[in-house]
Design a protein around this ligand. Structure first.
Ligand code: GDP
Length: 200
């Protein structure tokens, strides 16, 4: 039986870690702009509503917190945080410089954070910024899982090679990577189960 969508409820956007309300447990999603993060969070939630929240101008550079509210979890218990996409060229230099600090502060100091899902574009493979992020997470021992997006954009004849190359580029084993597609729905059930497992 496939797992039901995650019932995510938007709570708030924050410019700094200190503004976020406390939660018991939390997972975060991070990735380069345009990697497909909003689409993926929408797919996990089975709605188109949430992306609109996170992609509203002004909110893209903020930490967006959603509560998981279901049979097992009430309001204010466990959460999913959508982190600002990195490497977005169109933001002013000042904002761009503040991003790493804000993201790093959150990733290092958020007590409730149990797992970070790092999105890598499956159609193009890890960029130098992605590799930098992964190296940093490893160095700081922040628990994380790589999620490859847009699997449907890789021709089936090239998928085996791409799986191998993407894993090697991330310095991981192929089995460590969760491949997803919001178009075909591949990997969405698995990711829902992983998120629920971390927030149980
Ligand atoms: P974000 O900036 O990381 O939030 O990325 P978006 O979710 O806005 O997606 C960026 C672009 O990639 C959009 O044009 C999406 O329609 C497209 N996209 C996202 N996920 C997929 C996918 O699984 N397959 C395909 N083919 N396109 C996708």
């Amino acid at each position: 039986m496939s797992p039901p969508p995650l019932s995510l409820r938007f709570v708030m956007s924050a410019a700094r870690l200190g503004q976020l309300p406390e939660r018991r447990a939390e997972v975060a999603f991070v990735g380069r702009s345009n990697v497909g993060k909003s689409s993926l969070i929408n797919s996990l939630a089975g709605t188109k509503q949430l992306a609109r929240v996170s992609n509203t101008p002004g909110r893209t550079q903020l930490l967006n917190l959603f509560d998981l509210v279901d049979r097992d979890h009430g309001d204010g218990d466990v959460a999913v945080v959508d982190l600002p996409g990195y490497g977005y060229a169109k933001v002013p230099g000042r904002v761009r410089r503040e991003w790493p600090e804000m993201i790093e502060g959150y990733l290092l100091d958020r007590e409730s954070l149990v797992q970070v899902f790092v999105l890598v574009d499956g159609a193009i493979g890890p960029t130098p910024l992605d590799v930098q992020m992964l190296d940093w997470l490893r160095e700081c021992q922040v628990p994380h899982t790589v999620v490859a997006t847009k699997q449907d954009k890789v021709k089936s004849s090239k998928r085996d090679a791409r799986r191998r190359d993407l894993a090697a580029g991330c310095r991981l084993e192929q089995g460590d990577i969760v491949w997803t597609s919001t178009s075909s729905g591949a990997g969405i059930d698995l990711l829902r189960t992983l998120v629920r497992g971390h927030l149980a």
